[in-house]
Ligand binder design. Structure first.
Ligand code: ZN
Length: 145
């Protein structure tokens, strides 16, 4: 269970519906090159950022909904096929840092890594500073696997 989300199916359904509407509006904004909705960013990079966060939240709401319904966490079962290393700039003229994701994380955007490379990246910090994503928690998979 995500502590920041409601535990009951009714409110989760309501949230999911609302988020889906928002996501549809972001897509419309994207398809009309930022002209469809005055309350959404016109800049593609900002719009993409907003859309990713809405998608991420919607995914978590759906997972919570499934757990509320079935008492299981199916998205946590099974070994993911690998991981994704996202490169994030932390300032001008800086190498930046890496954020490791599960491949199904909506924020995952970058280079595919094998289990072994992902473990090395986190443990030995071979790729500058690598941190696990705080949403999809790939470090939990690596510890369990
Ligand atoms: Zn992630």
């Amino acid at each position: 269970m995500y502590e920041d989300l409601p535990p009951d199916v009714e409110r989760l359904d309501m949230l999911a519906k609302h988020l889906q509407t928002q996501l549809d509006r972001v897509r419309e904004q994207w398809n009309t090159k930022g002209t469809a909705h005055g309350d959404l960013p016109g800049d593609p990079a900002e719009l993409d950022f907003v859309g990713k966060w809405i998608a991420l939240t919607l995914r978590r709401v759906k997972e919570q909904r499934e757990e509320a319904d079935t008492g299981t966490q199916p998205w946590r079962s099974g070994r993911p096929p690998g991981f994704v290393l996202q490169h994030v700039r932390t300032g001008e003229n800086v190498v930046g840092k890496g954020i490791l994701h599960r491949p199904d994380c909506p924020m995952a955007d970058g280079k595919r890594l094998s289990w072994e490379d992902a473990r090395l990246a986190l443990q030995e910090r071979t790729i500058s500073v690598t941190e696990p994503c705080t949403e999809c928690r790939p470090d939990e998979d690596l510890r369990a696997g």
